[in-house]
Every structure is written in structure tokens, then in C-alpha cells.
Design a protein around this ligand. Sequence first.
Ligand code: PFF
Length: 448
Amino acid sequence: MERGSFGTKIGVILATAGSAVGLGNIWRFPYMTGENGGAAFIFIYLICVFILGIPGMIAEFIIGRHSAANAVRAYKNMGGKCWSYVGLMGAITSMIILGFYAVIAGWCLQYLYAALMGNIGGDVTSVQNYFKEFVSNPIEPIVWTITFILITHFVVTKGVKKGIEKVSNILMPTLFVLLLIIVISSCTLPGAIKGIEFLFYPDFSKVTSKVLLDALGQGFFSLSLGTACLCTYASYFSRQTDLLKSSIQIAGIDTIIAIFAGLMIFPAAFSVGVNPDSGPALIFITLPNVFQQAFGSLPVFAYIIGVLFYALLALAALTSTISMHEIGTAFFFEELHISRKKGAWIETGICICIGILCSLSQGAAKINIFGVDFLSCCDFLTSDILLPLGSFLTCILIGRVVDKHVVKDEFTNWGTVSRSFYAIWLFGIRWVCPICIIFVFLHQLHII
Ligand code: PFF
């Protein structure tokens, strides 16, 4: 059974950064920043990425690269049979995330289509009604969800080098250019400076325990930590890949894109006097209106920005869904001893079923668990419980179970790189990360 691998160093970075960069950066990060008061949240988020994200990422990389196998086998190789359940949990988590993430990505496709047709806009009430009517339609959002999963399936079945790496090498630079165009347009609007101040002048009096813990939670989601996704991608890394350097580069790209997403949204929102704290609906309800008002004097420009924005969202989501799909595909392919294509179809089938239930739960049918709609339940179960749990157990495995020589060899590429940082990183993995994760976990469960 032939295993794939990434072909180039830049391919490794772009594909893994592609997993990290997604709706978490462009949809979740701006609304979290808006809800949590702006610059102070960003400041804390940066500290979290540094002390929690980068070390956690390296731990997952070590498991993946050392084992060169799918997540379940990789965790088993490192810690024994009972640890294979942590890998399995990661694979299941990624299937659930892919199910609901594809629904939101499907909404982006519909908005892209509507923006292309010039159908987005109008006053606040009509934009709101448009969103409500669309998401509660029983057919359309499902069609977009399935379309999105099938596009993801198509890329993944092309293989690691010809599919994932090739597509990431094209999509990531495209995404960056699109983002830059919208950032420049947004920052040059009259009154945009207030939005820039909101993002960069911290008011630490606004920092509460919620801000602190939301920043930590955002870090997990954004860096794809705790799903075995990084572990699966690392199983295609070569022995020359410098894990510390790569993780810093990937976290750096992820953070820059998130801040750029803020620079794209808030200057435009402040310029037209829209409140930044409109929550998850920010990009589907608030933004179409913001773009229209901000660039209204130049309707062609408003049209182009609208189209570029939703294209950007869909592309960013695609590089992430590819990585989630790959976790399950690699697992079915290697563990069931079937072809990669068949493995990918099983993953696609399961995710389409979850996606349909999530989509219907948005108004077309009453699919609730304890009174909460199915999509929100999936989001809560994964982001608030399974991701922190997966990361916590990964830290325990690498920091306390696996032979220290194996860990040191992987971290330093057999004594050739990053040797002086090993002790600091190990301390982080043994103490700082697990303690921080316990705090996030308790907070997410509303225990503290
Ligand atoms: N990091 C992605 C984002 O920010 O949108 C989300 C994600 C991707 C979560 C892959 C989990 C995963 F396995």
C-alpha cells in the first residue's frame, strides 16, 4: 500500500497553513474580536498562539511524523492500544466538524453565487430576511453543502502531492491576494481609522476571564489543534522538515490572515457606523450591508468586493475541509485495507449525512438535542469538548508517556536543529499547555 508524501518544503507549509486558515480566521476570529472588545483580545490571542498553539502543534507533528500512519495507528504506535482511541476520537471529531463546517461553507457558495448575480444587498431587513429564508430552505443549502463536500472529495482523491499539495499551492497565494485587495479597499474608506484603532489600541480594562478563555478556545479551532489533523498531515512530512520552524511559520501565516480578516471587516464596519459585535451572523447579515453602504457610490466596486469576499471565504474553507477529509480518508484507506478512493467515499458519505442533518436543523426541520439545534450541538461538542480534550491528551502522551529520546530526536531532527529550544518546549508540553487546556475546558463547560 503506497503512502503519499508532500513533495516540497513550501508545499508542506502551504498545505498545513491551508488547514489552519479557514472560516475560523475569516468568520470566527472577527466576530470573536468584535464581541470581546478588539485589540486586547488580539493581544491575548497572540500570547495564546505562542504559548499553547505552537507547542501543541509540534506535539501533534511528532506523533504523525514518527509513525507515518493515519491518526489511529499513529497514536497507538506512540502510546499503545488505549491511545489509539485518542486518534479515533480525532478522526470522529474531524468528521463532525466537516459535517457542519461544510454547511457554512455551502452558505458561502450560495452567497458567492448571489453576489455574482447581483442579488445581495438592500436594506438591513431584506438582507436579514434573505439569510433566514435561505438557511431554512429544505433543499438549497443541502445542495450547496453536498457540492462543497464533493469538491473536497475530488481534491482528496487526487492524492497528497497531486491533490492536496497542488491545490494548496494555488489557493493559498490566491487567498492572500484577494484578502489584500479587500483590506486595502476597506482601510482607505473614510472613517476607517476608527476600525484600525479598534483592532490595534488595546483597552486592557476590557479583559475579563471570558476574553482570556475565548482567546484560548479560538486558538485551538484556528490552528486545527486536537483533531489529529496536524498529526495526519505530519505523517506525510519528510525527516528533513524542521518541526519548530514549520509550526512557527504556519502559526504566523494563520495569525496574519486572521488579523487581515479583521482589517478587512472592521474599518468598513466602522466607516458606515455598524456595531462590530454582531456575533456569528456578522459575515452573512452585517457585511453584505456594510459593503453596499461603504462602496455604494461605486456600485461596480461594491459588486466586485462582494464577489471577491465570498470567493475568499469559500477558498479558505476548502483548504480546511480538505485537511479534515484527509484524516478520515487516510484512516479508512489504511485500516480497512481498501483503496484510497473507497476510503474517501466512506468519509464523504458520513459527512454528507451529518451535513444534511445540520443543514435541516437551521429551520427546515426540528432536529434539536436538549432544545439546541443539531448544527450548534455539533459545534459545541467539537469546539468546546472534543478539541480541548484531544489536545490535552496529546500533551500528556508526548510529555509524559512517550520515550523522551524519541521525542527529542523528532523535535531536533536527530540532533541537527532547534536543540536549544527543546527544554523550554518540553516544559510547555508537560505543564503550561495541559494547565491552560484544563482552564479552557472548565470555562467552555461553564464550570468557571
Ligand atoms: N482551522 C480551521 C479554521 O480555522 O477554519 C478549522 C479546522 C480545520 C478545524 C481542520 C479542525 C480541523 F481538523
